[in-house]
Design a binder for this molecule. Sequence first.
Ligand code: DGY
Length: 319
Amino acid sequence: MKPHVVVYKKLPEHLVQRLQAEFDLTLFDRITDDNRADFIAALATAHGMIGASLPITNAMLEAAPQLKIVSTISVGVDNFDLDYFRQRGLMLAHTPGVLTEATADTIFALILASARRVVELAEYVKAGRWKGSIGEAQFGVNVHGKTLGLIGMGRIGSAVARRAHHGFGMPILYHNRRPDPEAERELGARYVSKEDLLAQADFVCVMLPLTPQTERMFGAPEFALMKRSAIFINASRGRIVDEAALIAALQDKTIHGAGLDVFEVEPLPLQSPLLKLPNVVALPHIGSATHETRLAMAELAVTNLIAGLRGEPVAHLAV
Ligand code: DGY
């Protein structure tokens, strides 16, 4: 009998066929309240799971006694309880690397859009309000030559730093668990304390995974340390930030603006004050969302899953 795999996110047809050649599949395009019970029922005989954008609870995993591997189509693994995986000896595969450049592009889009007010002013044109040459009320602030502060210097942080250094002549400050000699040598990046980074950077960019240690690590004290002219960028995970404190800092002009791809609750609730603030650019968690990158992520996740179920080495294991 072939191993059984539960797919909980729509995959391109050629990847479904690749999986079908080796496994019995139960396919879900996405999990909703309507099909959640069927999903849980399918887990009873599952050896593998592949998908994304769904918190996988320990209760779900308990419903899958034969499970060996979960392959997530994401680099982030905050939808899983890693300790549970370790205790049960389950593999958790993820997709680092292939999304680095696309995500760095999104972060740079947020930097440019929030500094130059691209979204707000594009709406101004579309609304027919452009009646003459624009004045100071619509001016933005420079990006080139300004200081970029990166909290976290992993793969995506380095890719953002490369764009900032080579494309925009930006001095780079960073704070990380450990210094990054290559970024210092190649990009002139300077390792500083978190406090110094917050006090000196013109753009403060969160580049961290969500873990119990990073959850809500940005709050009122951090925003108070930032320059009043600073712009806060987050395309990592919303729960790294105390969103109420961010909203207060934006409303009372403790900081100048924010470019956000991620939120405490996603999709962002319609009543969120963030939607009313002109100094906020809000995107619907599009970090890696290009055709090419999402395909590469799905292909890598399928490769990880196949290796895991064949008993071969899995190239990208988070646990
Ligand atoms: C990731 O890969 O973690 C992206 O944020 C998509 O969730």
